[in-house]
Design a protein around this ligand. Structure first.
Ligand SMILES: Cc1cc2nc3c(=O)[nH]c(=O)nc-3n(C[C@H](O)[C@H](O)[C@H](O)COP(=O)(O)OP(=O)(O)OC[C@H]3O[C@@H](n4cnc5c(N)ncnc54)[C@H](O)[C@@H]3O)c2cc1C
Length: 220
């Protein structure tokens, strides 16, 4: 292989970035900002890669735009959310790194480049039923048979509530009733509510079954 290395290069640089999608160009700008001489090489006839075709929506927890809008977010909730969605198949150090450092990339682009993002006024939360996406405020807890709660989304666009009630049939049998109700507001509300109609009943059923299983486990 070393036989093919020329004695004199046509072009010398500190960093060669292959590709011109979002990942490559952010890497190129970062290296350039650090003082390196950079070239980006693209194998196709146009720059941008898949990124140029994409919707351009970037999911970065604890970002500056949410902070400015007064929306609370937490690294812990984001890590839990990704770990649950990846069903244990994600690599924890990588997830942690993404959550802890992703917003630094957004800050870097904001401060050093013309690439400024905008926070959408409303966007569907695909997994609104997960506890990290919703805040659950228990309004009434009558041990042992009933819990009434109110739901509030990470943004004001999701609201709802529900209850779980245990009905004793006899000494050995109890039935559990679960009710869940989630409504999306904002500009995307009508569309999101159509989607919610399909999954909220199933989610209520799953949640109720989970509570039943937990109770059986505790009472063993
Ligand atoms: C229709 C659509 C909508 C999407 N919307 C979203 C969205 O809203 N939000 C979201 O998060 N994700 C979205 N995605 C996914 C997202 O676009 C990709 O995950 C992301 O763009 C990948 O970025 P990247 O920089 O890793 O790769 P790419 O953007 O694909 O860039 C790779 C680049 O490398 C070049 N390349 C490859 N090999 C070489 C080589 N040997 N030498 C030189 N160049 C090379 C390629 O030609 C390409 O330009 C969407 C995808 C599609 C298709």
């Amino acid at each position: 292989m070393s036989n093919f290395i020329p004695e004199k290069w046509d072009l010398e640089t500190d960093v060669v970035v292959l590709g011109t999608g979002g990942a490559a160009l952010v890497a190129a700008v970062t290296a350039a900002e650090e003082g390196a001489k950079v070239i980006a090489l693209e194998k196709t006839h146009q720059i941008g890669g898949t990124t140029a075709f994409s919707g351009g929506v970037t999911w970065i927890p604890v970002n500056r735009y949410m902070k400015d809008a007064g929306i609370e977010d937490s690294e812990e909730a984001a890590i839990k959310y990704i770990e649950r969605l990846s069903q244990g198949r994600g690599e924890s150090p990588m997830i942690k790194r993404f959550v802890e450092k992703g917003h630094e990339m957004i800050d870097f682009l904001y401060e050093k480049t013309p690439t400024h993002f905008k926070m959408p006024a409303a966007y569907p939360e695909y997994y609104a039923h997960l506890e990290e996406a919703l805040k659950i405020n228990i309004s009434e807890w009558n041990e042992p048979e009933s819990v009434i709660f109110a739901l509030k989304g990470m943004s004001d666009n999701f609201k709802g509530g529900g209850h779980f009630k245990a009905h004793t049939i006899d000494d050995n049998n109890t039935t559990m009733e679960g009710h869940l109700d989630i409504t999306a507001g904002g500009a995307m509300g009508p569309m999101v509510n159509t989607i919610l109609k399909n999954f909220v009943p199933k989610t209520a059923e799953e949640l109720t079954a989970n509570i039943v299983n937990k109770l059986i486990e505790i009472n063993k």
